[in-house]
Write a protein that binds this ligand. Structure first.
Ligand code: NAD
Length: 289
């Protein structure tokens, strides 16, 4: 059985993958947080992606890496820089030094979130990140391309939409990825022979998809699920969005998120004019010191 490392395994996607991939691969789970309650076929090796030393230890003796670890929503630059930019570099570099050939990178629809919802985009479009988080995912994709071309690594970048048991709102009718479709795509990314560098969209076979996912189909992806099953129920409960930009662009609330909280959970409130006027003055004063 192949031994697969999953970074960020304590998170949401890691939880789905652990359940779906059990018995198919031996799983090395890694995270900055501890994971309790390991199942048969799982081991835990803790580590911080921002430490190259940790990643050299964590990536030793595995057949492939599924890199999920990092900050998974918009956040302050320092946080994104450490967890996603430095962290992703370390994972690629440690894998290369340890001779790991295959790396599956969890990138995001937010790498291309400033495309209009009227657009249907394939994987060859120019990146249009909608956030610092989205920029970090574009960085990871570029790094994957470099490590494939320069060092012969085999890299699959999965631009994940939204992994959940079911779609929860109108936007996610277009971006939803069911856990079993996630597992199918990750299985292809780990096992398919003859890959060098690929970008695929991590979405189910949604009727309302914004993505032309023919590259994933070329690799053998045949999604089993379609968000349309829940469309009527989802649309019945949908309330109008707070900001027209979030409604216009594929990235939704990420295109307006600034405050570092999870924009999918925190409604965007327009800043009060008084507060906006005060902020630059304070900044300037600090700068002058
Ligand atoms: N959940 C989705 O639908 C979705 C959509 C698009 C992309 N993604 C990407 O997939 C990956 C997993 O997403 P998720 O929803 O499970 O996120 P999550 O926030 O639930 O999990 C991320 C995990 O990474 C760990 N982590 C954070 N910083 C770390 C560090 N420096 N070193 C080691 N581990 C660290 C966290 O402890 C956490 O367990 C992320 O890279 C995310 O950007 C997820």
């Amino acid at each position: 059985m192949k031994k697969i490392l999953i970074t960020g395994a304590a998170g949401d996607v890691g939880g789905h993958l652990r359940r779906e991939l059990a018995g198919r691969y031996a799983l090395r789970l890694s995270d900055i947080r501890p994971i309790k309650g390991l199942a048969a076929g799982e081991e835990f090796v803790g580590g911080d992606c921002a430490s190259l030393r940790d990643m050299l230890r964590v990536t030793r003796d595995v057949a492939a890496v599924v890199h999920l670890g990092g900050f998974s929503v918009e956040g302050p630059w320092e946080v994104i820089l450490r967890a996603n930019i430095v962290g992703t570099y370390n994972v690629f570099e440690a894998a290369r030094r340890n001779g790991v050939r295959r790396l599956v990178f969890a990138t995001s629809n937010h790498a291309v979130g400033f495309y209009d919802r009227d657009d249907t985009i394939d994987t060859r479009v120019y990146p249009k990140p909608d956030s610092r988080y989205g920029v970090s995912k574009v960085f990871g994709e570029a790094l994957g391309s470099l490590y494939a071309d320069k060092y012969g690594m085999e890299v699959v970048c999965m631009r994940i939409g939204n992994v959940a048991p079911r779609p929860v709102d109108k936007r996610r009718l277009s971006t939803w990825l069911s856990p079993r479709d996630l597992a199918q795509l990750v299985g292809i990314a780990i096992d398919r022979e003859g890959l060098r560098f690929e970008i695929v969209y991590g979405v189910s076979g949604n009727k309302r998809s914004w993505y032309d996912n023919s590259n994933a189909e070329r690799l053998g992806y045949r999604p089993q699920d379609d968000s349309e099953t829940w469309a009527e129920e989802v649309l019945k409960n949908e309330s109008p969005g707070a900001d027209p930009r979030a409604e216009r662009f594929q990235g939704g609330t990420f295109v307006v998120a600034e405050d570092g909280r999870d924009p999918t959970r925190a409604p965007v409130k327009p800043a009060r004019p008084k507060a906006r006027a005060r902020t630059p003055k304070r900044k300037t004063a600090r700068k002058r010191k």
